[in-house]
Structure formats: structure tokens, C-alpha cells
Design a protein around this ligand. Structure first.
Ligand SMILES: *[C@@H]1O[C@H](CO)[C@@H](O)[C@H](O)[C@H]1NC(C)=O
Length: 314
């Protein structure tokens, strides 16, 4: 049975390896949620810190499968955020009076610019984006090696936080651009756009500028979505192939394994039957000994003392 265990171990290793590899190679695409993206970006943002100065933005280095997304992180003392705010942090202007919940001594403000990934992570049917989706999220800055940190909750109590969008596409003639706000729980709100492409908020989340797509023909949205899916289809195929290949590989290994186990059982049963037969033949327990590589019953000396029948004396 030891041999069987070793075989099992050897055969399961590649199975696990293939599963691991297929997980590691999964490319990013629109199958991951915006919340998962937040967690991934938090991780990369924190990794960009190396003995960070407070109040200085550090741009994160992102992997190639997130080209088009920009992420920065800025570490602040909670007290200085409350009493001074941050004049400019990319497109954000943070006034004094912003407080976090729960209280931490240091916090990190993570900035997102989702660029051409905006529609993929924040699809908004019936609307067209005129600007990339920008995000501002706050995390505890106490442990900079932490990942999958929950967000803190920040609120502007005095004046609102302003977002001054820089690269805004012109609105189609006759349409009214609006601010759109996504909170961290997934709800969407619209607000008026201030002069100079400025949106305002009292909370963290994701922000952009949109216009309603032409009501009679909602064509642009499906086309845009189809184009996005088309772009991603090669990656998707690749992913599907990896999954299919590892599934097939896994099944084949499982079949092999069960065949092996059945065979081992048969051999073992065969050996047992033989032992039983030997036992039945000799009707006594034989001492076993090793001869070369195999075990064989061993008999030393005389096993049954002969009795002479005519020794019988009444
Ligand atoms: C965004 O643009 C970059 C090139 O600028 C491209 O490599 C990337 O695939 C694009 N992403 C999406 C989701 O279209």
C-alpha cells in the first residue's frame, strides 16, 4: 500500500500545479468586479510606498494587464487632513474639515483614474462617459504592508470635496452633461455639473461626467459594449482554453488515479486470497521470511510430530 500512496502523491502534484498555474495566469478583464478592482489597486498603491513622506503622492506601478489605469497613494496624518485638507491631489481638492471613521492616526488616500477601463468597471446603460472614472478611497495608513484592507469612511463636514476633470470630451449638441457618483456599496447618483467641469462630493467613491445617450436609438451603448467585448475576446479565449485544458488534465489524472487504486486493491486482494489458501493448506501459521525481494512462508524443522499408530497400548 506504501507504493500506492507514493504513486498517489506523485500523480496529484501535477494536478495541483496545473490548477495553481491556471489561477495565476488568469488575465484581468471585465469578469472581475469593481470592488475586487478596488482591492487590487489598494494592494498596488501600498506597494508603491517606500518610506513615504506624508502629503506626497506616489504613483503605483501596475501590471501590463491593467494598462490604461492610473493609481496613486498619499499618506496623511489624520489631524492634518482635518485641519488643512489637501490643496490638490490629482483632480481632487480636499478642503479642511474632512474626518475619517473610524479614527486612525495616519491614513492613505488612494486615487484611481480608470481611463479606458471606465465603462468596463462602471457600465452605465443609457449614458456615455465624457471623462474617465476617477476614484478616491481612504484606508488606514497604520500598516503599509496590509492588503485587502477595508476602506475607512470619510466625510467632508465643512465644504465639499471638489473634483476638477481635465480631459473632458465635448458634450453632443443639445445634451446636458451631469456628474455621476458611485459609492463603495454600488449605488449610483447623478448631480449637476459645476462650472469648469467640476463635480462635488462629501464622500469617497468614484466620479465621472456623463451625458444621456440619445433616447430613441440606444445604439451607441451596445456597440461600445460589443467593441469592448471584441477587444477582450482573445484574452477570454485564452482564459477559457487554460480552464478547459486544466479540467481535462485533471479528469484524466483522476481517471488514472482511480484505475491505479482499483488495480492496487485487486493485487492486494489477490495476495490475501493466496495467503488464505496457504493458511488453509498448512492449517497453521507459518513463519514468514524474506527470500530475495519476496516474502515466503518458512518452516523450520518438523512441524507435526509423527505418532506411531501401533504404539497404542490399551
Ligand atoms: C486601454 O488602452 C491601452 C493602450 O493605451 C490598451 O493597451 C488597453 O488594452 C486598453 N484597455 C481597454 C480595456 O480597452
Amino acid at each position: 500500500m506504501r507504493v500506492a500512496t507514493i504513486f498517489l502523491a506523485i500523480l496529484t502534484v501535477p494536478l495541483f500545479l496545473s490548477i495553481q498555474i491556471s489561477i495565476a495566469q488568469l488575465p484581468f478583464d471585465d469578469t472581475i468586479s469593481s470592488r475586487t478592482l478596488d482591492a487590487i489597486l489598494q494592494d498596488y498603491a501600498f506597494k508603491s510606498f517606500f518610506r513615504p513622506k506624508t502629503g506626497v503622492p506616489y504613483d503605483a506601478k501596475l501590471p501590463n494587464n491593467l494598462i490604461g489605469v492610473k493609481v496613486s497613494a498619499m499618506r496623511l496624518r489624520s489631524g492634518s487632513l482635518r485641519t488643512r485638507g489637501v490643496q490638490t491631489y490629482k483632480e481632487f481638492q480636499i478642503p479642511m474639515g474632512v474626518v475619517e471613521q473610524p479614527y486612525v492616526q495616519r491614513l492613505v488616500l488612494v486615487y484611481h483614474n480608470l481611463g479606458n477601463w471606465s465603462e468596463i468597471f462602471y457600465p452605465l446603460p443609457g449614458y456615455t462617459y465624457l471623462a474617465p472614472v476617477l476614484g478616491l478611497l481612504s484606508y488606514s495608513g497604520v500598516d503599509l504592508s496590509a492588503d485587502e484592507l477595508p476602506e475607512l469612511d470619510i466625510r467632508a463636514s465643512d465644504k465639499p470635496i471638489l473634483i476638477k476633470f481635465s480631459d473632458v470630451k465635448p458634450a453632443p449638441f443639445g445634451s446636458v452633461p451631469k456628474c455621476v457618483y458611485f459609492d463603495v456599496h454600488g449605488s449610483v447618483q447623478f448631480d449637476i455639473l459645476l462650472h469648469d467641469y467640476v463635480c462635488s462630493t462629501v464622500q469617497q467613491g468614484h466620479f465621472s461626467i456623463v451625458v444621456e445617450s440619445n433616447a430613441p436609438s440606444p445604439a451607441p451603448t451596445p456597440i461600445a459594449v460589443a467593441a469592448a467585448i471584441g477587444e477582450g475576446s482573445e484574452k477570454k479565449n485564452y482564459k477559457v482554453w487554460i480552464i478547459v485544458a486544466s479540467l481535462i488534465g485533471g479528469c484524466m489524472l483522476l481517471i488514472l488515479l482511480s484505475l491505479l487504486v482499483v488495480r492496487m486493491r485487486r493485487i492486494k486482494n489477490g495476495m490475501k486470497i493466496q495467503e488464505l489458501e496457504w493458511g488453509a493448506d498448512s492449517n497453521e501459521i507459518l513463519q514468514m521470511t524474506s527470500v530475495g525481494g519476496t516474502k515466503a512462508p518458512l518452516a523450520i524443522g518438523t512441524r507435526t510430530r509423527p505418532t506411531i499408530e501401533n504404539d497404542y497400548i490399551p
